[in-house]
Design a protein around this ligand. Structure first.
Ligand code: PHB
Length: 388
């Protein structure tokens, strides 16, 4: 028995075994991008990929010294296809890490598979509270936000403005529900009342009947979560219905991020809350914005920042384990101890692996979400249900 064990040890340390272990830590890293490249969130998926690639390009095409190979899947923001898509990346393509996605329902399916298989997952947008709540795990991280965060900070802002009676309107799925829940928690704590919660199925954009309902209800203000193509249409329809002049519209900042070219004057003056703004005017953000604009001939938005930071978090973790992604606890410890030097401003990662970050109040001026001020400093998601 002793001899057998010694033989095993010798085999483990043979030059061949040693060199293949080294190759594993220094060879290419295979990154699986599972993002929407079609549908209402297509632009968001592209911006995330651009942001991720920008960080890699700035480091000579490498992450912590390892060349990066990308494998891509269009998840179509379709939860029904999510489990198959993520399994393809893990089983067929053998990715080392999963980066995805935008849609909360798809992200929850990814998180379930990541948890079951132990695959490293970094979520570069989807805010599903569960991902850093009941589904939290040592190998699951988020570079973006929880749906609760901008919702809660918005509730405080709208209450401070003196509004008492609010109608909410959103898509009926995790992101919309949780954004409204976070809003309501803060708004009602401050004495306000959500008098009506309106919704329509994702990704529908037939807003007319709901806008008629808002006009008839006459609230002091409206709070909304929409994003991507749906946000463009909602802002335009809200203005066309004549509501912009009579009932102030607030939202989590996705309402006006990456959408202003298409929304034009209909978005002018809208105030929203998010963990990014276009005019932060810090050295870090100015450099990022210039680099992004030069590389992609596009202006960056919050999604680009989240993609960039997903790459930064992966680099920090890789450094902590000297490239050996099988060291999951050490990887997590390195990310948890890091301060991520984000264009949004530096942030840390909570024990549940969600960013602890400032939430900004922004106002649309021309083609920019300009900074008004900090709505909530270092806001930490409560991570309800996370046992880790
Ligand atoms: C989400 O589904 O969690 C989601 C989608 C788009 C956003 C933000 C959140 O802009």
């Amino acid at each position: 028995m002793k001899i057998f064990r010694l033989t095993l040890l010798a085999a483990a340390l043979s030059p061949l075994a040693l060199s293949s272990a080294l190759a594993q830590n220094t060879g290419k890293i295979k990154v699986g991008l599972m993002l929407p490249y079609t549908g209402t969130f297509a632009a968001l998926g592209n911006a995330i990929e651009n942001g991720f690639r920008l960080h890699v390009m700035e480091h000579g095409g490498k992450l912590e010294g390892r060349e990066v190979e990308f494998v891509k899947v269009d998840d179509e923001s379709d939860p029904a296809k999510a489990t198959d898509n993520v399994n393809k990346l893990i089983k067929r393509d053998n990715v080392d890490v999963l980066i995805g996605t935008v849609h909360s329902g798809v992200a929850m399916a990814m998180a379930k598979v990541a948890k079951d298989t132990g695959t490293l997952l970094i979520v570069p947008n989807a805010g599903a509270d569960a991902v850093t709540g009941p589904m939290c795990a040592p190998n699951i991280f988020r570079s973006s936000f929880s749906n609760w965060q901008p919702g809660y900070a918005s509730g405080e802002v709208v209450a401070k403005k003196g509004h008492k009676k609010v109608v909410t309107i959103t898509w009926k799925y995790a992101a919309g529900d949780e954004s409204v829940r976070g809003f309501k928690e803060a708004f009602e704590k401050s004495g306000g009342k959500v008098v009506k919660e309106l919704s329509l199925p994702f990704p529908n954009v037939e807003f007319q009947a709901l806008l008629t309902d808002i006009a008839a209800t006459k609230p002091d203000a409206v709070y909304t979560f929409f994003a991507g193509g749906g946000a463009v249409k909602f802002v335009k329809d809200y203005a066309a219905a004549g509501l912009k002049k009579t009932i102030p519209l607030y939202g989590s900042g996705f309402l006006t991020d990456g959408t202003l070219d298409a929304q034009g004057a209909d978005a002018e003056g809208l105030e929203t809350v998010l963990h990014y703004a276009d005019s932060l005017n810090t050295k870090r953000d100015n450099e990022f914005r210039l680099s992004y604009a030069k590389t992609f001939k596009l202006q960056p938005d919050v999604y680009a920042v989240q993609g960039y930071d997903a790459a930064q978090m992966l680099a920090v973790g890789l450094k902590g384990v000297k490239g050996d992604l099988s060291k999951k606890a050490e990887f997590a410890a390195a990310v948890e101890a890091a301060k991520i030097d984000s264009p949004r401003g530096p942030f840390t990662i909570s024990k549940a692996h969600n960013p602890v970050q400032d939430m900004y109040l922004r106002k649309v001026v021309g083609k920019e979400n300009t900074l008004v001020g900090i709505a909530s400093k270092g806001l930490t998601d409560p991570a309800r249900g996370c046992k880790m």
